[in-house]
Design a protein around this ligand. Sequence first.
Ligand SMILES: [Zn+2]
Length: 265
Amino acid sequence: MAAVLAVVVLIVAIAVGLKGARASESEQSTSPGPASPAGATSTTSTTPPSSTTTSPTRATTSSTTTSPTRATPSSSKRTYRSTGRYRAVPTRSPVRGTKGELITYRIEVEQGARVSPRGFATAVDRTLRHPRGWTARGHWRFQRVTTTDADLTIRLATPDTVDKQCAAAGANTHGYTSCRAGQYVLLNLDRWLEGVPHIKDLELYRHYLVNHEVGHGLGLGHQRCPRKGSPAPVMVQQTLSLHGCTANAWPRSADGRLITGPSAP
Ligand SMILES: [Zn+2]
């Protein structure tokens, strides 16, 4: 009987591990206030106000704090390893959107992340072609390409790798957030797999993460929650806090209006 139980437990453990490994997808970053065009200099993250706090541990005081609380570690967390090498998706997509500037993007997943590059690409494609996304109203079109000279290279990477590559561009991601650095969008694997505690819907969060970081790639800076209870603009750093707004993944409302807020400093 004990042997049977052990086998059952082992099978369940394997199934859970596989499920975690297959759940793919990505995140969002911190970038400086002013908008900078795609391909321009790297984004820099908001510096946490650690110097102004009395606590030696990371402050949990305000929205500008990075990673106020780390998400509860999950079983998926230990199943990946950082390699700093990437696997690119070798296929292209049709052009999405009807008019506007064409933005090409390449998809890469860090080797060792144990996430399917194709699955991740499918999720990013879905976000970028959504009717409430950046293609709405003919401002931009998107196409996934395989070449390395894409306008944006969207990478799903382990926290250590995100930290290294973002730091090289001047952004501090604290093992928690994501960033856009030049042509690279670096999404934190933990956030992609686990989301954040204050946004319960992981699918919503993943859409948000892609839209937010690609928004930086389109030249947009951070915004603030316009008023309590309103949907948060996608350029709010929702990974850190909603500031009284409600979680929102999309640049536009269902009736096509842009969801915006005041520029963040
Ligand atoms: Zn940002």
